[in-house]
Design a protein around this ligand. Structure first.
Ligand SMILES: *Cc1c(COP(=O)(O)O)cnc(C)c1O
Length: 399
């Protein structure tokens, strides 16, 4: 029981300065030292329990980091001001000039653009592969490879990474396996399957209220200390630090993550099954028709379901746009990027979140024009939602 990710968050007890049931917010950018000697030790990384300057870390950020580490079964975690802030600093920690990355080709558009267009400026080059084919992943590894990068459940095609298989490859070739778990917090625990580092955009499910950006890298104490080093730490020197007030609000929201994930999954599963019955091309890891349904089942922490994301293909971008506008008018959700909100969000990834990926590459990976990505909300009456959605689709002759 103790070992469940949600319990590990619920059981964490941090009291506030005055006995508050929530930890106090550290409202300071800098910190005093009782003696000059302590300041020197802290700069040299030996001042246990002392704070230096909030770009390095702050009490509020440490509390949130510990909660994320508990959820992901890592020693600790470093929080950042966005998912990209966490992802890029972690990649730049492991890779320098001349190094090579093997990455899934179906990843978040921003991560793809970073690896494809930005990292090469530092002579860090990436080979993009079909992550569901382990032999293709292994064939892409060369003597300069340092990292295998993937998303547990990929954006936007909902491909599922065989984390155990990838971890075995990483071990065999002495590489680090970095897994972005933004789509499946609580549901999948990549560390238990052999991953080295788990990355998150806290902006999505973990915070859940679309009021702030945030990110995290969960890993060993050694890794996080190195990323925070004042001498050469990527997080410390590039500086995508999360503000303490936001760290505190994200931590409070995280306490209800397990309940929200269950409801997102329940609603998404309901809709996916019925969309498929209507004859729509539906992708959802919980459907038996999903190519990695069995793999997903073998990796999941059962009670949290198959997640809140699903895609349907309505044939063309024009139809997708018409349907999304109509669903928004019916107040079924919002035409917006992002995910993990209480309200359903939908967007056509080809022309939005994955538009960084050139059209020919989109086609190759199966990212079609008529694809709509849904992040299903916390609707209390999903049956009614389904009925209204179906009515919209009938009006537009989609079903
Ligand atoms: C949104 C997202 C990111 C980037 O996170 P930000 O908080 O927007 O910087 C990275 N990976 C995935 C899978 C995402 O959905």
């Amino acid at each position: 029981m103790k070992n469940k990710p949600a319990n590990k968050i619920q059981d964490l007890q941090y009291f506030g300065e005055f006995g508050g049931v929530n930890p106090s917010i550290s409202d300071s950018a800098t910190y005093t030292f009782l003696s000059a000697k302590t300041m020197l030790d802290t700069f040299e990384g030996q001042g246990e329990g002392c704070y230096l300057y909030s770009r390095h870390t702050s009490p509020s950020n440490l509390y949130l980091g510990e909660a994320l580490a508990a959820m992901e079964f890592t020693e600790t975690a470093n929080v950042a001001s966005s998912g990209m802030g966490a992802i890029t600093t972690t990649l730049l920690h492991f890779c320098g000039a001349g190094d090579h990355i093997v990455s899934s080709r179906t990843i978040y558009g921003g991560t793809y653009a970073f690896l494809k267009n930005f990292a090469p400026r530092f002579n860090v080059n990436t080979c993009f592969v079909n992550i569901t084919k382990l032999e293709e992943v292994e064939a892409a590894i060369n003597k300069h490879t340092k990292v295998i990068y993937c998303e547990a459940v990929s954006n936007p095609l909902l491909e599922v990474a065989d984390i155990k298989g990838l971890a075995a490859l990483a071990k065999k070739h002495n590489l680090k396996l970095l897994v972005d778990n933004t789509f499946s917090p609580m549901i999948i625990s990549p560390i238990k399957l052999g991953a080295d580092v788990v990355l998150h955009s806290l902006t999505k499910f973990i915070n859940g209220t679309n009021d702030t950006m945030g990110g995290a890298a969960c890993g060993s104490q050694e890794l996080i200390n190195a990323m925070r080093s004042v001498i050469d730490g990527s997080a410390m020197l590039l500086g995508p630090t999360l503000d303490s007030v936001r760290a505190s609000s994200i931590l409070k929201n995280m306490r209800t993550l397990h309940i929200r994930i269950k409801q997102h999954s329940k609603n998404a599963s309901y809709l996916a099954e019925r969309f498929e019955q209507l004859g729509l091309k539906t992708v959802y890891p919980g459907l038996a028709s999903h190519p990695s349904h069995e793999l997903f089942k073998s990796m999941m922490n059962e009670e949290y379901g198959f997640g809140g994301l699903l895609t349907i293909d309505v044939g063309s971008l024009a139809k997708a746009n018409e349907l999304m506008e109509m669903m928004q008018q019916e107040n079924l959700g919002y035409l917006a990027v992002s995910l993990g909100f209480y309200k359903t969000l939908f967007s056509a990834p080809g022309s939005s979140t994955s538009s960084e990926i050139p059209e020919d590459e989109q086609a190759e990976m199966g990212l079609t024009d008529g694809l709509i990505r849904f992040s299903i909300g916390l609707d209390n009456d999903i049956k009614r939602t389904f009925q209204t959605m179906t009515a919209c689709m009938k009006k537009l002759s989609i079903v």
